[in-house]
Ligand binder design. Structure first.
Ligand SMILES: [Zn+2]
Length: 375
């Protein structure tokens, strides 16, 4: 359920982003991919699944909601939402909430309480993948910027939502120990002025989580052993090849990983035959030289207990075949000249940095630049 308007699917931030990976679409609350996916899955199937997750407020037929069900057209309670996320936090097990966890009679004897058996609603693998995406700040950056309130200093999954016309908004998320849900709105349902989930409920969610963990950070989420880690092309989502300009590691359930190698970077004409977007949108990729690591906007957090020298950041450049020397410049000063494999291991210094790479030798200069931050 995304942020934004209910009818014409527009993205939060009102920009169309072209082909997008699930990770970024979900973390950045893009609406267009959510509507597209719901159309493929079928509204009825998704509606049935939400009922299985005990969203009992969704008591109309699936036709009543239509595709806007993916954007939050169905009104649900905060408690239903929290319970749905709680199932994710509990590796896929749904259990009815209990208002009182322990009760005693007047003699101090514990009153037996009925506890239902938790019911599996998603696999452990699905729960982990979604948790990993919702706790991945780098993937939220396109919509919410680097310094967004969901960027907590510990492992915490979170999602925001904003209703049509800014009537209300919410933020729900969890760590290994707690699920927290925040709703912001006027009780009479009147709209607020431009307050979204990220500006309304998320800062409150953040304050609660920080308070809960002021003494000790929560443990990290445990990844199931069965998941696959693969290097994929950030553009096409297929298995990365040497020619891919940006490669990322992604996790997959066995059987859902991409089978084909990337074919999006062979030549300009190759683009015309693919559905990765318009030629105008992607032709920027082929400029002969590109910094593939770090990515623009990356943030590195140094571990203060380990020497900086052993926390080196690898600068890596992709170049077309006819380039054999490149010059790395950091913050307008030459760092080094280097050859194949066009890498440099940099000892990090805290601060904001500009990294440039320029082709060496004679001939027409090609260059690329990115910005990153080290804390
Ligand atoms: Zn590629």
């Amino acid at each position: 359920m995304g942020d934004g308007t209910l009818f014409a699917p527009r993205n939060y931030g009102e920009r169309y982003h072209g082909p997008t990976r699930l990770r970024e679409a979900l973390a950045s609350s893009f609406n267009v991919p959510a509507v597209y996916l719901l159309d493929k899955l079928g509204v009825e199937r998704f509606h049935d699944f939400l009922k299985e997750l005990r969203f009992t407020s969704l008591n109309q037929s699936s036709n009543f909601y239509g595709l806007s069900l993916s954007l939050g057209a169905g009104e649900v309670t905060l408690l239903e939402m929290v319970n749905g996320y709680r199932a994710m936090a509990r590796a896929g097990f749904l259990e009815q909430e209990r208002v009182i966890s322990q009760a005693y009679d007047i003699h101090g004897r514990k009153i037996h309480e009925h506890r239902e058996e938790p019911e599996r609603v998603f696999s452990r693998e699905v729960a982990y993948i979604i948790t990993d995406i919702l706790s991945d700040n780098a993937s939220r950056v396109k919509s919410f910027g680097e310094d967004n309130p969901l960027n907590l200093p510990f492992a915490c999954a979170a999602k925001t939502g904003t209703s049509k016309d800014y009537r209300d908004n919410w933020c729900v998320g969890f760590t290994k120990n707690y699920v927290v849900g925040v709703w912001v709105g006027n009780f009479d349902g009147s709209p607020m002025e431009g307050v979204s989930g990220i500006s309304g409920a998320a800062p409150l969610f953040r304050d609660i989580m920080i308070e809960l963990y002021k003494n000790q950070y929560p443990p990290v989420f445990e990844e199931p052993y069965s998941l696959l880690h693969l290097d994929i092309c950030a553009k096409s989502g297929k298995i990365a090849k040497h020619s891919c300009t940006r490669v990322i590691e992604e996790i997959f359930m066995p059987g859902t990983e991409p089978a084909e190698s990337c074919d999006a970077h062979h030549s300009r004409t190759a683009y015309n035959n693919t559905d990765y977007g318009s030629l105008a949108l992607i032709s920027d990729d082929i400029k002969g030289i590109e910094i593939v690591n770090p990515s623009n906007g990356d943030i590195f957090k140094l571990d203060p207990q380990v020497s900086y020298a052993s926390q080196g950041i690898k600068f890596k450049v992709y170049v077309v075949d006819d380039i054999d020397e490149v010059v790395f410049r950091l913050n307008d000063k030459i760092l080094c000249r280097t050859h194949h494999p066009f890498e440099y291991l940099w000892v990090p210094i805290p601060g904001e940095h500009k990294l440039e790479v320029i082709t060496g030798g004679d001939g027409e200069k090609k260059q690329d630049e990115i910005y990153f931050t080290v804390y």
